[in-house]
Ligand binder design. Structure first.
Ligand code: NDP
Ligand code: 2IT
Length: 444
């Protein structure tokens, strides 16, 4: 049996209940198969794949907190320090009731290759909790964040592990966590990114994931002699990534027709009004239903269904496995030409293959949404140099990073005879650097 299959079967048996982790691993292993099979014995002899798929360290901890009515709650906190071959662990913290070890392992595993693609010295990690921030008061959020950080602070630091935001963790949560970290550890250091601008944050970090997604799409279209001018775009989600993807898409001349959340979605034929969306989501902490009520021609629909809207470009920016085979069929039937993942693994493997088979340009999240973590690494660089860079400088650097990522994944796909397969290109390019570093550092 091939080495790749041996390791896959081993995990299917041992980690059978970690569905999302197995899905991420199977996609990556399929892509790197030609790389491994070229030199199978070398990799097998040092158990490279077994080491790559086993986190260096996992911390799971109790997070007790007291709500405004005096009731005590206990959530589970996680931090998976997956791989530090090319730099300190780096990756976000997800606060959502669906969080479990399998979800955090999938996100941490993806992060290894994404961070490698940025070209910056950051390893892979991820964390979070099954805490649900929806409907909580500011005080309750602060109580939770302080309790969470009281444990997490024991294993993070500017040169060891640097968490950041993800679903449910934005500027407010990072602020509370940073305050508690500093209080307990007594050090003012960049142990978190996504910080506020008054205490060590970087300009452009808020916008970075969404902007970076569009910079990559723009470069991909350019190499196919197209641009975003006049294109229609469907976006799912209405959080950090979705909002700034919409903003940049509109700046580049496209019309954004949809946004969504876990209760419903909005079709706005006049194009999404991004300042209004920001007001509702970032200031009022409302829902997309509130957006629809304040727009003259927008329709609101309950439930899933955002992908029925005909569009040139689809940008899933909400959560894993939100774009499934039926959605892919409808998008293709409606003439979609490009799909790029703002979220992590939003497209199922079946849907991804359907897009590729039907000639749709498809870019996986680990390349397309890498602008967020890349800008986090720029925040780390500013913090350790005790300096601040201008918006223009960070934005230009981000743009260059996304252009480089596109060309690197394009070249890696071509090198292995799979031109245009950006899934294979991203996985191979991300893997090669990490594998090289792991081989050089011995059996650790
Ligand atoms: P936010 O919390 O800001 O927004 C998440 C959005 O997705 C909300 O609109 C939310 O709706 C929706 N959503 C979340 N879970 C579900 C679900 N189970 N079903 C339907 N909709 C859902 O998160 P971000 O924008 O930061 O993250 C979005 C995605 O992008 C995630 O996959 C994240 O891992 C990825 N990502 C984020 C980066 C960042 O820098 N923030 C960087 C790279 C990737 P609702 O409010 O109803 O829950
Ligand atoms: O999935 C991701 O890349 C993020 N949530 C951002 C991680 C980071 O460290 O900025």
């Amino acid at each position: 049996m091939s080495y790749i299959d041996e390791v896959l079967i081993f995990h299917r048996v041992r980690d059978f209940n970690e569905t999302e982790f197995l899905q991420a691993m199977e996609e990556i292993f399929e892509s790197i198969r030609p790389v491994i099979e070229k030199d199978e014995e070398t990799y097998r002899n040092v158990a490279l794949l077994e080491r790559l798929t086993e986190p260096e360290r996992i911390l799971r901890f109790r997070v007790p907190w007291i709500d405004d009515g005096g009731k005590v709650h206990v959530n589970r906190g996680y931090r998976v320090q997956f791989n530090s071959a090319i730099g300190p662990y780096k990756g976000g913290l997800r606060l959502h009731p669906s969080v479990n070890l399998g979800v955090i392992k999938f996100l941490g595993f993806e992060q290894i290759f994404k961070n490698s693609l940025t070209g910056l010295p950051i390893g892979g990690g991820k964390g979070g909790s099954d805490f649900d921030p929806k409907g909580k008061s500011n005080r309750e959020i602060m109580m939770f964040c302080q309790s969470f950080m009281t444990e997490l602070c024991k294993i993070i630091g500017e040169n060891t592990d640097v968490p950041a935001g993800d679903i449910g963790t934005g500027a407010r949560e990072i602020g509370y966590m940073f305050g508690q970290y500093k209080r307990i550890c007594g050090r003012y250091e960049g142990a978190l990114t996504g910080k506020g601008l008054s205490y060590g944050g970087s300009l452009t970090r808020t916008e970075a994931t969404g902007y970076g997604l569009l910079y990559l799409v723009e470069e991909m279209l350019r190499t196919h002699n197209q641009d975003l001018q006049g294109k229609t775009v469907c976006i799912s989600g209405s959080g950090n990534v979705a909002t700034y993807a919409a903003e940049k898409a509109e700046q580049l001349g496209a019309k954004v027709l949809t946004v969504s959340d876990s209760t419903g979605w909005v079709y706005d034929p006049d194009g999404i009004d991004v300042p209004l969306l920001k007001q509702i989501k970032e200031v009022e902490r409302g829902r997309v239903l509130d957006y629809a009520k304040r727009r003259p021609h927008a329709d609101y629909h309950e439930g899933r269904g955002v992908w029925v809207t005909p569009c040139d470009i689809a940008l899933p920016c909400a959560t894993q496995n939100e774009l499934q085979i039926d959605d892919a069929r409808i998008l293709v039937r409606n003439g979609v030409t490009a799909v790029a993942e703002g979220a992590n693994m939003p497209t199922t493997i079946e849907a991804t293959k359907y897009f590729q088979k039907n000639g749709v340009l498809f870019v996986p999240g680990k390349a397309a949404n890498a602008g967020g973590v890349a800008t986090s690494a720029l925040e780390m660089a500013q913090n350790s140099g005790h300096v601040y860079w201008s918006f223009e400088k960070v934005d230009k650097t981000l743009q260059q990073i996304m252009v480089n990522i596109f060309h690197n994944i394009d070249a890696a796909a071509r090198k292995y005879g799979m031109a245009g397969n950006y899934v294979a290109g991203a996985n191979i390019a991300g893997f090669e650097k990490v594998a090289d570093a792991m081989m050089a550092q011995g059996i650790v």
